[in-house]
Design a protein around this ligand. Structure first.
Ligand code: ARG
Length: 463
């Protein structure tokens, strides 16, 4: 028989039905595995030669041939062939075309099942590395803005109602905390992916005396998978990575939403750089925060990828099933979406131009220092619950007179509680209010500077 038979071999007389072939083929997406597939095959071929399972000469021909085929496929000089089903068969068939018989020895002691499991783990590990880097780049952009806005005060919110004054740097560094945890989760997922399935064969290992440890070492894996059935049937590592991607994207979505709000005329806290806005085809005045909205929205597909993944794996019997091919696209989509979003978020954060005066003005309206009134009375010995009631009464009074708390005459304060004194005016100054919050994790200037210094050191922005 001539011509490419794909993976079906001589057991079959006829070809797959065309619609079945289209559904069965994965090369349309698993071409992403090319560098990993080739690295795995090179490690495998070297190992086969070291064990005398193929000759050194054949191994050399295989390795050179694999590099050649990889270059040609990557550059487009060779086209991917759907009839060959997947990346693995495309590479192997082309290798055989290129070097002849030696190429037919590459698949010794190996199955596409342990091969794809290996490729996907290598992909997950590489993707995790890129995502960690992209997270740190976004963190750097946030930290640069935070450093510039240590002394910018803004309202902190709960329920999206103005609550208490904080520093803009503190707000931005809250995202750094989320991103630090995201990075940690990506690192954890990469650690779990760091196990070599090669040698598990189709499901039950191989009768040939291969050296699994040597292959694992060559590919930089820390360990050899302990159970062959699990090694070919496991996609936890993909689920875990996508789960970490989804949570990271949830954080980008919160950031996107805040930027949309802050860039609105209603808030007017920030201008997003033109490179991250688009116009309206109808209303000439519009500068729309499209990219911030997309950061908010793209989380949908990453969470969707996670749901797809767990749903595909759920209920599959041991060991390998073709279902597992369906874990690939959601993995790629989640990784690629998050990478793109992190890059956009980084650039957008760097482009932000905060309206410091507008943020500061927002503190002066809305009774943000009401808690300060209560705390003031506490320092004069009034029990907090009672102080809270007095402060509430004063807010009501101020609202009825259309005044802010700082504008209420001292006599009115004293009428509510005699402990109020001249010093209450300075006490209500928002800068002082923020700086009294001088505990670990709080927005006092000294604490924010401490946090900033720690993060800058961690990110290599200072020494
Ligand atoms: N493209 C396949 C996948 O992604 C490779 C493994 C095929 N194995 C098999 N027994 N059909 O799962």
């Amino acid at each position: 028989m001539s011509g490419p038979k794909g993976a079906r071999g001589n057991r079959f007389e006829g070809a797959l039905d065309p619609v079945a072939a289209a559904m069965n083929a994965s090369v349309g997406f698993d071409h992403r595995l090319l560098p990993h597939d080739v690295a795995g095959s090179i490690a495998h071929a070297e190992m086969l030669a070291s064990r005398g399972l193929i000759s050194q000469e054949d191994a050399r021909a295989i390795i050179l041939g694999l590099r050649e085929v990889a270059d040609q496929l990557a550059s487009g000089a060779l086209a991917w062939d759907e009839a060959l089903e997947d990346v693995h068969m495309n590479v192997e068939a082309r290798l055989i075309d290129e070097i002849g018989d030696a190429g037919r020895r590459l698949h010794t002691g190996r199955s596409r099942n342990d091969q794809v499991a290996t490729d996907l783990r290598l992909y997950a590990r590489a993707a995790a590395g890129r995502i960690q880097h992209a997270i740190d780049e976004l963190r750097r952009a946030l930290v640069v803005q935070a450093r510039a806005h240590v002394d910018t005060l803004m309202p902190g919110y709960t329920h999206l109602q103005r609550a208490q004054p904080v520093r803009l740097a503190h707000h931005l560094l809250a995202y750094d905390q989320m991103l630090q945890r995201d990075r940690g989760r990506i690192t954890d997922a990469a650690r779990r992916a760091d196990v070599s399935p090669l040698g598990a064969g189709a499901l039950a290992g191989t009768t040939l005396a291969i050296d699994r440890k040597r292959v694992a070492d060559a590919l930089g894996f820390s360990a050899v998978a302990a159970n062959s059935l699990d090694a070919v049937g496991d996609r936890d590592f993909a689920i875990e990575l996508v789960s970490a991607c989804a949570l990271a994207h949830v954080h980008l979505s919160r950031l996107g939403e805040e930027l949309v709000l802050w860039a609105s005329s209603e808030f007017g806290f920030v201008r997003i750089g033109e490179a991250y806005c688009s116009g309206s085809s109808l209303m000439p005045q519009k500068m729309n925060p499209d990219l911030a909205e997309l950061l908010r929205a793209k989380v949908g597909r990453v969470v969707g990828a996670w749901v797809t993944l767990v749903t595909v794996v759920k209920g599959t019997p041991l060991a390998y099933n073709k279902d597992l091919q369906e874990t690939q696209e959601p993995l790629y989509d989640a990784v690629e979406t998050l990478e793109a979003s992190l890059a956009v978020a980084r650039g957008m954060i760097a482009s932000l131009d905060f309206d410091v005066a507008r943020m500061r003005a927002a503190i002066d309206a809305g009774y943000l220092v009401a808690t300060e009134l209560a705390d003031y009375l506490v320092t004069k010995g009034v029990p907090f619950r009672e102080a809270h009631d007095h402060a509430g009464k004063l807010v009501r009074l101020a609202v009825s007179r259309n005044l802010e708390l700082a504008q209420l005459p001292l006599d009115d304060l004293r009428a509510v509680h005699p402990a109020f004194d001249d010093d209450v005016a300075t006490w209500l100054d928002p800068v002082r209010a923020v700086d009294r919050r001088d505990l670990p994790g709080a927005p006092a200037r000294a604490r924010v500077l401490e946090e900033l210094a720690w993060v800058e050191r961690e990110l290599g922005l200072s020494d």
